[in-house]
Design a protein around this ligand. Structure first.
Ligand code: PEP
Length: 253
């Protein structure tokens, strides 16, 4: 199997005005010189800062991601943003099914599947988030929950499309809490997710990058990404500080 290129994406969540986004990109770009050629790197600003970030990223190897999208190309969907609108701004990746969207905004596996399909149809690359809550982990249901989410989000997609997308395993109890999964906990779930992808999509499973997310910091990133099925990281809080994010990216080298 070909080695999977590591992929690190920063999720800025609902932070950064246009001016602040430009400033962060400008601070980040020189720090990532070198590493960004070897590791795939993207940042996901809020919708309102995408255009400013796109402009500031021009000429750098860092790619642009969005945090959400609607699955219809246009229509009467007040407050939503479509995939063609994102593509128009130079967006290449889009996070779908983040646990904050599932928990706070009612996003379902079905919605995640429609969004992933819409992105792939338009040539954009979904980052599909899955992960169990603390209650589910303590009940011994982690693999069952993650399998249900992976099936729900991806079943019905063509293997060639699945090969292009990224899965992000983000245990809900580790997001924004400072609690990181141990390397063994992460590897166990990543390996199980890849095994399920093999069952569903065959050899395409070897190409899917599976990112870990949940309180990734400069001091735990390298160890996590050294696991055989951990192909990168989805980074929230630590992606808002240029030195921290660049040190996490270097952990993938
Ligand atoms: C995230 O929002 O995807 C995330 C992993 O957040 P944090 O790194 O802050 O835990």
């Amino acid at each position: 199997a070909t080695p999977r290129q590591k992929f690190v994406c920063g999720n800025w969540k609902m932070f950064k005005t246009t001016g602040e986004a430009r400033e962060l990109v400008r601070a980040l770009a020189p720090l990532l010189q070198g590493a960004a050629g070897k590791v795939q790197v993207a940042v996901a600003p809020p919708f309102t800062a995408l255009a400013a970030a796109a402009e500031a990223l021009r000429g750098t190897p860092v790619e642009l991601a969005a945090q959400n999208c609607h699955f219809e190309p246009q229509g009467a969907f007040t407050g939503e943003v479509s995939v063609p609108m994102l593509a128009d701004l130079g967006v290449k990746h889009c996070i779908v099914g983040h646990s904050e969207r599932r928990q706070l905004f009612g996003e379902t596996d079905e919605g995640v599947r429609k969004k992933a399909a819409a992105l792939l149809r338009a040539g954009l690359l979904p980052i599909v988030c899955v992960g169990e809550t603390l209650q589910e982990r303590e009940a011994g249901r982690t693999l069952e929950v993650v399998s249900r989410q992976v099936r729900g989000a991806l079943e019905g997609l063509a293997a060639a499309d699945v090969a292009r997308l990224t899965l992000a395993y983000e245990p809900v109890w580790a997001i924004g809490t400072g609690k990181t999964a141990t390397t063994a906990q992460a590897q166990e779930v990543h390996a199980a997710a890849r095994q399920l992808l093999r069952q569903l999509f065959g050899a395409a499973a070897e190409e899917v990058r599976i990112q870990y997310g949940g309180s990734v910091k400069p001091d735990n990133a390298a160890e996590l990404m050294a696991q055989p099925d951990v192909d990168g990281a989805l980074v929230g809080g630590a992606s808002l500080k240029a030195p921290d994010f660049s040190n996490i990216v270097k952990g993938a080298l």
